[in-house]
Design a protein around this ligand. Structure first.
Ligand code: GLU
Ligand code: MG
Length: 450
């Protein structure tokens, strides 16, 4: 079924049905959240009895919800000030029980008059997905979540006990990993795989692919579930792009594939590695658009301490088959890859707003197909050894300047979101941009933890 362009209003009977189902699952409270421009999830909660109001009328919020900063400052913009009122409407069809009497649902932002608010990130991804569908393209998105465990005081776990991808390490945290997997599956965020990552204390959970909006919702859900399970084990989870100065960064890699009338664009064609003509244009559109949109995927004051060559974060605007240093890694359709060919956009991190990061990648892909974007030459080596390879912006200021000047980004996310994102990120840059990386990492270690 095509995605509706606006959050539909459910009938009383449907609301009653959701209330009954959630009640049966032991839910007493529904928490509904939105993700702000700085990548932080903000929430309101209601007793189960009031979920109809949360869905139909929405819970009140000031327009400044669009301009909260990661350090709890509010930046005022022309459109986002002290006057006015917004309504957060919970999407009950996406509500999931998360245990302890709680359910969670994604919310979308409206005006009091019931008009969609143009600053709503989820609403924007909804429209980008609907536009892709209207152009005959069906998108599938899969997210990888990297996060770093710390002790209860926020300090690193012992380094000498950490084996990257180690069996011993995974099993040392086996109780937590198993509980995490169970809790995610149960909450409705199906898991592909879990492993101990490279950095000390770092784990990765890959979520199963799904439609773009649903997948982005599952990231928000998964992050709150991970936060809770990890806390229950007496630890904390950092979703910072760089939890500790000098350590490994946390990425938020996004996998995307497109189909037209059930036929994949990234395999079965005559182009390199089986790309179809449209698949090549999709890839070309993403690679060409990343330098000016990377601040939507990795825009925080810590993002550029992570996005450096040699860290598998994809610091170069190029593509290559299974090239883990390219911002765009092509994963071909092989027997080893049951979901079929896809592109992995690696440069993003968990400080982004996942709805906007997804909208950017999908928006670039769809526009690339529409204009028949040229596929640049493949980079088959480490791009840092290829003098023709283009670095993505190297610091937050350069990335924000590129975003501010990008008509493409403005077209994909709209004026309200673009201007609010710039205001929030510029605040980070001017206030904290000069801090040494270890101090910065320390200050914001848990800023993106739910
Ligand atoms: N942690 C790396 C990043 O920041 C990614 C490592 C990997 O490829 O899994 O993106
Ligand atoms: Mg990884």
């Amino acid at each position: 079924m095509p995605l509706s362009e606006s959050l539909p209003v459910l009938s009383d009977a449907d609301v009653a049905q959701y209330r009954a189902e959630l009640g049966t699952a032991g839910v007493r409270v529904l928490v509904g959240s939105v993700v702000d421009m700085g990548g932080v999830a903000r929430a309101k909660s209601v007793p189960l009895r009031r979920i109809g109001e949360f869905h139909r009328s929405g819970m009140g919020a000031s327009p400044t919800w669009g301009s909260f900063c990661v350090d709890n400052t509010i930046v005022f913009t022309e459109r986002l000030g002290v006057v006015g009122d917004l309504r957060l409407r919970a999407d009950l069809a996406a509500a999931r029980a998360i245990g302890d009497g709680y359910a969670w649902a994604p919310a979308e932002v409206f005006g009091q008059d019931g008009e969609e608010w143009p600053g709503c990130a989820r609403g924007r991804l909804r429209r980008v997905q609907a536009a892709a569908e209207a152009a005959g393209l069906t998108a599938t998105v899969g997210h990888e979540l990297e996060f770093t465990l710390t002790d209860a005081a926020g300090e690193p776990l012992p380094e000498r006990r950490w084996q990257p991808y180690g069996l011993g390490t995974l099993l040392e945290h086996g109780g937590l990993a198993a509980e995490l997997t169970d809790a995610l599956e149960e909450a409705g965020a199906p898991v592909e795989q879990v492993h101990a990552e490279f950095g000390t204390g770092q784990f990765e959970v890959s979520l199963s692919p799904s439609a773009p909006l649903e997948s982005a919702d599952r990231v928000v859900l998964a992050r709150l579930v991970i936060g809770r399970v990890v806390r229950a084990h007496g630890l904390l989870a950092s979703f910072s792009p760089l939890p500790f100065g000098g350590g490994a960064g946390n990425g938020a890699h996004v996998h995307l594939s497109l189909e037209r009338a059930g036929v994949p664009l990234l395999s079965g064609g005559q182009g390199p590695h089986g790309l179809t003509r449209e698949g090549a244009a999709m890839l070309g559109g993403i690679v060409a658009g990343l330098p000016e949109t990377v601040a939507l995927l990795a825009g925080s004051v810590l993002s550029f301490a992570r996005l450096v060559p040699g860290s598998w974060a994809g610091a170069y605007a190029c593509w290559g088959l299974e090239n883990r240093e390219a911002a765009v890694r092509l994963v071909a359709a092989t027997r080893g890859n049951p979901h079929g060919a896809n592109v992995e956009v690696k440069c993003g991190d968990p400080a982004a707003n996942v709805y906007l990061a997804t909208a950017a990648v999908l928006g670039l892909a769809v526009r690339g197909v529409a204009r028949g974007a040229e596929l640049p030459p493949e980079v088959r080596v480490d791009p840092s050894t290829d003098p023709s390879a283009v670095r993505l912006p190297v610091d937050q200021g350069a990335a924000l300047d590129a975003l501010a000047a990008s008509a493409l980004a403005r077209d994909i996310v709209g004026d309200d979101i673009l201007d609010a994102t710039l205001a929030v990120r510029r605040h980070e840059q001017t206030t904290y941009g000069e801090l040494p990386v270890p101090a910065l990492a320390d200050r914001f270690r848990f800023a993106w933890t739910s």
